[in-house]
Design a protein around this ligand. Structure first.
Ligand code: SAM
Ligand code: SF4
Length: 362
């Protein structure tokens, strides 16, 4: 297996750090306050996979035969998840997004949200396939869920069924209706665009979403795990997606990026009305310089980059009796070396093909 190139270690003098926070030094390690990596990126966004189980098997994410779920004792308990969130809050994290696998298959996920909110973290979000959303919607919002991203690769029942290997799009749409009725602040959809599967469905998804004040987002297929097996021919570049939307959007607008809202660039609707479409050019547009994310797998491994196949085990640190201060120091050290980029397009580097998206959480 090819290895990754050595990190770009240029850092230091031009770090763009907030003035209000006292710094003990420039190393980024062992000082109180904010968490930054050696590129000077402020890491404020924690993406937590709470399970590696899922009730669907999307073609770009899970193999047809599924992936054996981790034994329950290997997966972080909610107690451990909350403790980790508390430590990251100390380090300046302001947003926690729960993902999976499918986060709604984990029992009492609303109770977890409530406990995270009680830590003082107000921006709590979730990425879900929404198949189990309807009965949980009210409880999630009451517990403190502010924003939700729902995977919706097509609103055509047959295409959806085929891409998810059996999913029922009517259930997903019903779940979206339920969480909107429950008063959630923001709903977005995520569609992974796969040539020959759903790439002609983009206009239909946009019209459907805008009618409901939902922000549709389109994601380039990433060469991770099952996604890599679909081949580069299946990738539809963002520029082509925009062209497929024709006069619905202002195609020559500079995409709006919000550093606290992830990698998507948003383009306004041509007809106005405040509508927009998000594009995530994971392959053709390098968003890494804006990346402020930290990922934690269901088993408690930190992944500084979604293309990184390994990382520090917080679970092992916790279960071997370390106190919060010791864990905090290890987190700083491991994230300071966050990769400068994902290397998808570096010839001969294929570590990312061994990343399992359903364990990592997207
Ligand atoms: N099960 C939930 C869902 O589907 O929304 C959360 C986990 S899923 C792994 C998170 C996100 O990763 C989804 O939006 C999914 O579409 C995206 N994803 C999975 N595999 C991908 C791939 N190969 N390329 C691009 N996005 C991918
Ligand atoms: Fe499950 Fe989400 Fe992966 Fe689809 S993308 S198989 S819903 S984890």
């Amino acid at each position: 297996m090819a290895r990754l190139p050595i990190l770009n270690a240029s850092a230091g003098a031009d770090l763009d750090l907030p003035d209000a926070v006292p710094l003990a030094g420039r190393s980024g390690i062992g000082r109180p306050g904010w968490l930054n990596d050696r590129q000077g990126r402020k890491l404020r966004y924690l993406r937590f996979s709470v399970t590696d189980r899922c009730d669907l098997k999307c073609q770009y994410c899970m193999p047809a035969e599924g992936i054996p779920a981790s034994p329950r004792e290997d997966v972080l308990t909610f107690e451990e998840v909350v403790r980790i969130c508390r430590i990251f809050k100390e380090l300046g994290v302001t947003t926690v997004r729960l993902t999976g696998g499918e986060p709604l298959v984990r029992r009492n996920v609303d109770g977890l949200i409530r406990r995270i909110r009680d830590l003082g973290i107000e921006d709590i979000a979730m990425t879900t396939n929404a198949t189990a959303l309807r009965p949980l919607a009210r409880r999630l919002v009451d517990a403190g869920l502010k924003r939700i991203n729902v995977s919706l690769d097509s609103i055509d029942p047959e295409t959806f069924r085929s891409m998810t290997r059996g999913g029922d799009v009517a259930r997903v749409i019903d779940g979206i209706d339920a969480i909107r009725d429950a008063g959630i602040g923001v709903v977005k959809t995520n569609s992974v665009v796969v040539r020959g599967k759903n790439h002609t469905h983009l206009p239909q998804i946009v019209d459907w979403a805008w009618d409901r004040n939902i922000v549709p987002r389109f994601i380039e297929l990433m060469p991770l795990g099952e996604g890599a097996k679909l081949g580069t021919g299946a990738v539809v570049p963002v520029q082509e997606m925009k062209a497929l939307l024709g006069d619905r959007i202002v195609t020559d607008a500079d995409p709006e990026h919000r550093s606290d809202r992830g990698p998507a660039g948003y383009v306004p609707a041509a007809r106005g009305g405040g509508h927009k479409v998000g594009f995530i050019g994971a392959v053709t547009e390098n968003f890494c310089e804006r990346c402020n994310r930290i990922r934690i797998t269901a088993k408690g491994d930190i992944r500084a980059c979604l293309a990184s196949p390994k990382g520090l085990s917080l679970r092992d640190l916790i279960r071997s009796g370390n106190d919060d201060e010791a864990i905090l120091a290890q987190i700083r050290e491991s994230l300071f070396g966050k990769w400068s980029g994902h290397h998808f397009n570096v010839s001969g580097v294929d570590d990312h093909e061994h990343v399992n998206m359903s364990a990592l959480g997207g």
